[in-house]
Design a protein around this ligand. Structure first.
Ligand code: PGA
Length: 244
């Protein structure tokens, strides 16, 4: 159950969030909970979840370890502050910052080398879906950004299916539509890495997940978890989703 805060909240907002959120999920045992705050909030977030089961991740990372890359953050830096996870190639990164399958692959490899778990985001735009190209787009993202990984690397990643038309729009994919796409991704994984690896792969759904639709989404066998944007900013609403 993952929350992507995008470019929201300050360090003090972050501490306030966890003060309210931690007790709400203290009795949740069989779910992993991860929050992805903006970089500058990572120390506050990590300090706030100390002693709880909640984990923290970065929203992005560059693949070099260090060097002359002004404005970038590396995997070892995320690791050093206490992150265990990192988002890779979120659709907003692809759309506004020119990220591609190739850069996704470089980030995934660097994250794994550092010991971070990459949550690799894929998903089609509305015009792709309307043109019947969902399969082709997911196939391109999988073959370009994921399939070059070795089986041992693939075993460590999580995939998030986020149809771009459902992100921040209030327009959620129906559980069936989401599950269909998850099945497609799992099929590609099965062809490339074998049945067991595909069955073990965790696929999260993201795109307008809210407290009132999380339960029906989570009821789909194909949906192993959710990646939540807007509704993860509020402790009560994200706690309700975590428990769905
Ligand atoms: P949303 O964002 O829940 O606000 O639609 C999801 C995401 O982009 O990860």
């Amino acid at each position: 159950m993952a929350g992507n805060w995008k470019m929201c909240k300050t360090p003090s907002d972050t501490s306030a969030f966890f003060k309210e959120f931690n007790p709400l999920v203290a009795d949740v045992k069989e779910r992993e909970i991860v929050i992805f705050p903006p970089f500058v909030n990572l120390p506050a977030a990590i300090q706030s979840v100390n002693g709880s089961r909640i984990e923290i991740g970065g929203q992005n990372m560059y693949w070099a370890r260090d060097g002359a890359f002004t404005g970038e953050i590396s995997g070892p830096m995320l690791k050093a502050v206490g992150c265990r996870w990192v988002l890779v190639a979120h659709s907003e990164r692809r759309q506004y910052f020119g990220e591609t399958e190739e850069t996704a692959l470089q980030r995934i490899r660097a994250a794994l080398e550092t010991g971070l778990i990459p949550v690799v985001c894929v998903g089609e735009h509305l015009q792709d879906r309307e043109a019947g190209k969902t399969h082709a787009v997911l196939e391109g993202q999988f073959q370009g950004g994921i399939a070059p990984l070795e089986p041992a690397q693939f075993a460590k990643i999580v995939i998030a299916y986020e149809p771009v038309w459902a992100i921040g729009t209030g327009r959620t994919a129906t559980p069936q539509t989401a599950a269909d796409s998850h099945r497609l991704i799992r099929e590609m994984a099965s062809i490339r890495y074998g049945r067991q690896a595909a069955a073990d792969l965790r696929i999260l759904y993201g795109g307008s997940v809210k407290p009132d639709n999380a339960k029906v989404l989570m009821a789909e066998e194909e949906i192993d978890g959710v990646l939540v944007g807007g509704a993860s900013l509020d402790p009560q609403s994200f706690a309700t989703i975590v428990k769905s």
